[in-house]
Write a protein that binds this ligand. Structure first.
Ligand code: SF4
Ligand code: SF4
Ligand code: FES
Length: 234
């Protein structure tokens, strides 16, 4: 198996790692660091598909490595592990996630409540259409896999990308949030939802089975609606 070493101009290095039953790609990387080369840099935290930090490129495809079994992805003996695409490389398997999270902030991906902690808990009907839309994208773990899979991100470095837009759509549908208009304006520009070509790679690769493509379609409709809504009379 081969693992990326160095920065953007690095190269693959070969290692011999014994195969084990139920071995994950993250187990392979951990074995290399613990037994073969302690200088190997990589990132993980939970090991159970919750934190989103272990995403890497495995045989050319972005995946969460703690939930990816070697048996499922190794092509014969070939297993090439590299950092996530579409992001700068810090070192070895560590991608620099700054631009990914900066784009969440640009898409106003933070909750803006009206209530204070003195107020009662909000009651939101689980069967309401808005609640169902908000819930559809809420399980995002911020892994960056969709971002690494998206060709528009590769071609347009300014594009907000599927995860930030999925987050924006979740909040647009959160009836407790007060920044709907500002958020729709933030995602309506050239680098926002209308830049998406509906190529579906984000949805095909998302390990949480979310559909950023669907969220982006919702944002497209909502931004068109506010663009053509007649101004309220003074
Ligand atoms: S559907 Fe849009 S955001 Fe998703 S991968 Fe395709 S172009 Fe990118
Ligand atoms: S939408 Fe899916 S692939 Fe994208 S960051 Fe969230 S969990 Fe990861
Ligand atoms: S280590 Fe947390 S999702 Fe893989």
């Amino acid at each position: 198996m081969k693992v990326w070493r160095g920065g953007a101009d690095g190269a693959f290095q070969a290692f011999d790692v014994p195969r084990q039953p139920s071995q994950t790609v993250l187990d392979v990387v951990t074995y290399i660091q613990r037994h073969l080369d302690p200088t190997l840099a990589y990132r993980f935290a939970c090991r159970v598909g919750m934190c989103g930090s272990c995403a890497m490129t495995v045989n050319g495809r972005p995946r969460w490595t703690c939930r990816t079994h070697v048996d499922k992805v190794a092509q014969g003996e070939r297993l090439e592990i590299a950092p996530l695409a579409n992001l700068p490389v810090v070192r070895d398997l560590v991608a620099d996630m700054r631009e990914f999270f900066d784009k969440w902030a640009r898409a106003r991906g933070h909750f803006t409540p009206a209530a204070t902690r003195a107020d009662d808990l909000a009651k939101v009907d689980p069967a309401s259409a808005a609640r169902r839309e908000a819930d559809a994208g809420i399980e995002c773990i911020g892994c960056g896999i969709c971002y690494a899979a998206c060709d528009i991100v590769k071609w347009n470095r300014d594009y907000l990308g599927p995860a930030a837009l999925n987050r924006a759509w979740t909040l647009v549908n959160d009836v407790r949030d007060t920044a709907r208009e500002e958020r729709l304006q933030a995602v309506a520009g050239d680098a926002g939802c209308h830049a998406c070509h509906t190529l579906m790679s984000c949805t095909e690769h998302c390990p949480k089975a979310l559909s950023p493509t669907r969220a982006i379609a919702g944002l497209k409709r909502a931004t068109w609606r506010i663009a053509f809504e007649p101004e309220a009379p003074e």
